[in-house]
Design a protein around this ligand. Structure first.
Ligand code: BEZ
Length: 228
């Protein structure tokens, strides 16, 4: 099972948008590679409508979406047509899914990525999410069971937080959103710890020597990480 920090396992696949060579085709971009249990199922349908409706929001942060299930290509095509023609979810309707949906009938890719969890279901992928950076390294992994639809605001927050952490060399605290204080790296020496606690470092607020934050405005964050 690939872990955070590992290179994303490579594969070639047939998708609803043609062949892809992963992750090479996505070099220079962030990618959310996600699996869903099955086509023509309601929770998955609600997720695809939501993801497709938010595709431009992810693209604004240089992030592409790639879906996968162990269904075949014609099932995928029929399901995506049905979604566009017939399904409304939370006032979203006529939604066209333009990101690639991988066919994986052999389960080869799903197995490679640890998306099959036999305790949950041995013939379907769970709702896995792999966030992969522009160099092809896995930066976050999130799993949900079959019955639980994902929170897409959280996935966008994860993208923004990872990019912010990288750009500003900081970490992001619980429930962080752009504009809220970020965590500065721990003091690496006794003298830095003392300076921080004495209030001698401008722009840094410390609760204790190991817990210091600084403010980065939402505008600064957005202008650093937003690409369009
Ligand atoms: C669903 O997407 O609705 C679903 C898929 C597999 C099992 C249970 C629910």
């Amino acid at each position: 099972m690939p872990r955070i920090g590992d290179p994303a396992p490579a594969f070639t696949a047939t998708t609803t948008q043609g062949e892809i060579n992963f992750p090479a085709d996505y070099a220079g971009k962030w990618v959310i590679l996600f699996s869903h249990p099955a086509d023509f199922t309601p929770v998955c349908t609600s997720e695809f409508i939501t993801f497709a409706a938010m595709q431009n929001q992810f693209a604004a942060y240089n992030t592409e979406l790639v879906g996968l299930s162990v269904d075949g290509l014609y099932s995928h095509i029929a399901w995506l047509r049905t979604i566009k023609d017939k399904i409304t979810f939370r006032d979203m309707k006529n939604v066209e899914v333009n990101f690639p949906l991988i066919e994986d009938i052999t389960m080869e890719i799903a197995q490679k990525y640890g998306m099959i969890m036999p305790g949950e279901d041995s013939t379907k992928a769970v709702r896995a999410v792999f966030v992969i950076d522009p160099t092809g390294v896995i930066r976050a992994v999130i799993y949900y069971p079959l019955s639980l639809g994902r929170n897409f605001d959280e996935l966008l927050r994860v993208i923004k937080a990872l990019q912010t952490a990288e750009h500003f060399a900081v970490a992001t605290p619980a429930d962080w959103r752009p504009g809220e204080p970020v965590i500065v790296p721990p003091a690496g020496s006794c003298s830095t710890a003392k300076q921080r606690m004495d209030g001698h470092i401008d722009g840094i607020e410390c609760e204790d020597w190991f817990f210091c934050t600084k403010q980065i405005s939402a505008d600064e964050v957005e202008s650093a990480i937003r690409t369009v």
